[in-house]
Design a protein around this ligand. Structure first.
Ligand code: FAD
Length: 486
C-alpha cells in the first residue's frame, strides 16, 4: 500500500469539466484529466481497507486497491497489467460506468469515496500513450471458429477473450460500424467515438474479423451460422423499447429516445441514416423517463438548442445517496443527477402523462399530465400510483422522447430461426454462470440475456460467456474468471 494516511490528508477531487455553456456548443467529451500530482493524491486516498468491497462491487472484479497502489507509486505498466487482467475495455468503463465500485468503497461510509472510475480512465490513457496497449498476437490457433452476433460491449468482450484463447472469431453486426450502444446509443459527449475506433482497430489487428451491415437472421441465416461455426455467441442487446400507448401516440413529434439518439450519433459520425431529421431545435422538449437514456436525450436536446427541456419521471424523488442509517446507496442509479441535468433541464417527479395532444396538422402541441402519489408495500417499495386530485394540467411541448427502458431483445429473425428459449422476463434463456442456451453450441451474453443493464455488466458477461464457450470447445479453459480473482 502506498500512503497510509492518504485518505486522511486528501479530499476527493474530480478532474475539471468544461462549463455547461461551453459543453453544449458541441458534441465532444468535456471532462479533463488530472495533473500528475492530483492523480497521485487521488490514488493515495485508497485505504487498502482489508476487505475491499470495491472489488466485489465491480461486476468485473477489478482489483482496485492493487491498481491504486501501482498508480500511487507511478508503476504505470503494472497498473495497466492489473487493470487489463479483469477489464478488456477500461477506456469505456472509465468514462461511462456509474461506478458501483465507488458506491461500495469503504472510505465512502463517512468520506467521499476514492475516485476509482477516473483513476481507471487515467491508467488506460497513460497505457495507450506509453505504448503498453498492443494488439493481442495469438500465436497458437485452436482450429475452432466462433461467430459473435452483435458488436456491443458484450460481443466485443467475448470476441477479445475468445481470440485470446486461440479461436478464429468473426463478429457480425447489422449496423455500419462496431460498438452497439457505445457507438449509436451513448452520445459522443459521454464517449467520443475515436475511443471506440481505437479499440476496434486493435481488435482487428489482433485477428478478429468484423462483418458489418449484416443482420443475422435476415441477411444471413442464423441456422447456417450455427452449423458453419463451432460455436455462436448471441450478444444482440435488448432493443425493443417500452412504449407509452396513450391517446395521441401517433402524433408527429413523439419519438422513442433511441430514434433520436441513434440519428444524432450517426450525424456526428458522418454515417448515413434513412429516417427524416429528428431535431429538438427551438422546441419545448419533454423527456419521459429518468434513466441514462433519458438524460442523454436531455444533453442532446440542449446541444440541438431546444427552447426548453423538461424531464418527467413517474417515480417519486429519491432521497440523498447515502443516509446515516443506511451507508450504502439505497436508490437505483437510474434516478441519479447527471452532467446533462447541469446543462439545463427542469426535472419533475411523480408525474404521469395521460395524453399527447396535437394540432389540426397532426403535430404534437402539448401533454396532459397529472401528479401521482405512490402506495408502498411494508418494505417501503412503491407498488401502485394514484392520481392527485385536481393536479391535471396541460404542458406545451412539440417534442417528446420516450426513454422508459427496454423490454426484451428482438425475437423475429435470429432468435426465432434458431429456436432459442426465452425466459420469463423475455430475454434469451441461458443461466448466469453457464451462458449456454437450449441450442448446444449457442451461447448468450449481455443485455440480450440479462435484460437492459450496464456496459460493465455487458463486458463481464462477454468475458464469462467466452470462458464457457472455450470450455465447451476445448474441454477446459485458461481464460481468467472474475470469481478466481481475490
Ligand atoms: P448492445 O450495446 O445493445 O449491442 C448489441 C449489438 O448487436 C448492436 O450493435 C446491434 O446492432 C447488434 N445486433 C442485434 N441483433 C443483431 C443481429 N441479428 N445481427 C447482427 N447484429 C445484431 N450503460 C452504462 O454503463 N453507462 C451509461 O452511461 C449508459 N448509457 C446508456 C445510454 C443509452 C442511450 C442506452 C440505450 C443505454 C445506456 N447504457 C449505459 C446501457 C449500455 O449501453 C448497455 O447495457 C450495453 O451497451 C449492452 O451491451 P450489449 O453488448 O449487450 O448490447
Amino acid at each position: 500500500m502506498g500512503k497510509v494516511t492518504g485518505f486522511k490528508e486528501f479530499d476527493r477531487e474530480l478532474p475539471a469539466k468544461k462549463s455547461p455553456a461551453e459543453r453544449v456548443s458541441n458534441y465532444k467529451e468535456f471532462v479533463g484529466l488530472y495533473s500528475d500530482e492530483k492523480l497521485n493524491k487521488q490514488a493515495a486516498r485508497c485505504m487498502n481497507c482489508g476487505i475491499p468491497f470495491c472489488h466485489s462491487g465491480c461486476p468485473l472484479g477489478n482489483i482496485i486497491p492493487e491498481f491504486n497502489d501501482a498508480v500511487y507509486k507511478e508503476n504505470w505498466e503494472e497498473a495497466y497489467n492489473i487493470l487489463s487482467s479483469t477489464n478488456n475495455f477500461p477506456e469505456f468503463t472509465g468514462r461511462i460506468c456509474p461506478a458501483p465500485c465507488e458506491s461500495a468503497c469503504v472510505l465512502g461510509i463517512n468520506r467521499p469515496p476514492v475516485a476509482i472510475e477516473e483513476i481507471e480512465k487515467h491508467i488506460i490513457e497513460i497505457a495507450y500513450s506509453k505504448g503498453y496497449v498492443q494488439p493481442h498476437n495469438t500465436h497458437l490457433r485452436t482450429g475452432k471458429s466462433v461467430a459473435v452476433v452483435g458488436s456491443g460491449p458484450a460481443g466485443l468482450a467475448a470476441a477479445a477473450q475468445l481470440n485470446k484463447a486461440g479461436h478464429l472469431v468473426t463478429v457480425y453486426e447489422r449496423d455500419d460500424k462496431a460498438g452497439g450502444l457505445l457507438r449509436y446509443g451513448i452520445p459522443d459527449f459521454k464517449l467520443d467515438k475515436w475511443v471506440v475506433d481505437r479499440r476496434i482497430k486493435l481488435m482487428e489487428e489482433s485477428g478478429i474479423l468484423f462483418k458489418y451491415n449484416t443482420e443475422v437472421g435476415k441477411d444471413i441465416s442464423a441456422k447456417e451460422l450455427a452449423e458453419n461455426f463451432d460455436a455462436v455467441v448471441l450478444a444482440g442487446g435488448s432493443t425493443i423499447p417500452r412504449n407509452l400507448n396513450i391517446p395521441g401516440r401517433e402524433l408527429k413529434g413523439v419519438y422513442f429516445a433511441m430514434e433520436f439518439l441513434k440519428q444524432q450519433n450517426k450525424r456526428v459520425g458522418n454515417s448515413p441514416f434513412d429516417a427524416e431529421d429528428i431535431l429538438a431545435t427551438d422546441a419545448d422538449v419533454v423527456v419521459i423517463g429518468g434513466g441514462d437514456t433519458g438524460s442523454d436525450c436531455v444533453g442532446t436536446s440542449n446541444r440541438h438548442k431546444a427552447k426548453s427541456v423538461k424531464q418527467f419521471e413517474v417515480m417519486f424523488k429519491p432521497p440523498g445517496d447515502r443516509t446515516d442509517s443506511m451507508p450504502w446507496p439505497t436508490y437505483p442509479m437510474v434516478l441519479k443527477t447527471t452532467s446533462s441535468h447541469e446543462e439545463g433541464c427542469e426535472r419533475f417527479w411523480g408525474v404521469n402523462t395521460k395524453k399527447f395532444i396535437g394540432d389540426e396538422n397532426g403535430n404534437l402541441k402539448s401533454l396532459l399530465v397529472t401528479d401521482v402519489n405512490w402506495e408502498k408495500d411494508i418494505f417501503g417499495r412503491p407498488i401502485k400510483f394514484n392520481e392527485v386530485e385536481g393536479s391535471e394540467r396541460e404542458i406545451p411541448c412539440q417534442r417528446v422522447f420516450l426513454a422508459m427502458g427496454f423490454l426484451h431483445p428482438q425475437f423475429e429473425g435470429m432468435l426465432e430461426e434458431l429456436g432459442v428459449e426465452i425466459d420469463e422476463r423475455g430475454n434469451v434463456k441461458a443461466r448466469e454462470g453457464v451462458y449456454q442456451t437450449n441450442v448446444s453450441n449457442v451461447f448468450a451474453a449481455g443485455d440480450m440475456r440479462r435484460g437492459q443493464s450496464l456496459v460493465v455488466w455487458a463486458i463481464s458477461e462477454g468475458r464469462e460467456a467466452a470462458r464457457k464457450v472455450d470450455e465447451y470447445l476445448m474441454g477446459a479453459t485458461a481464460l481468467a474468471s472474475k470469481d478466481a480473482v481475490s
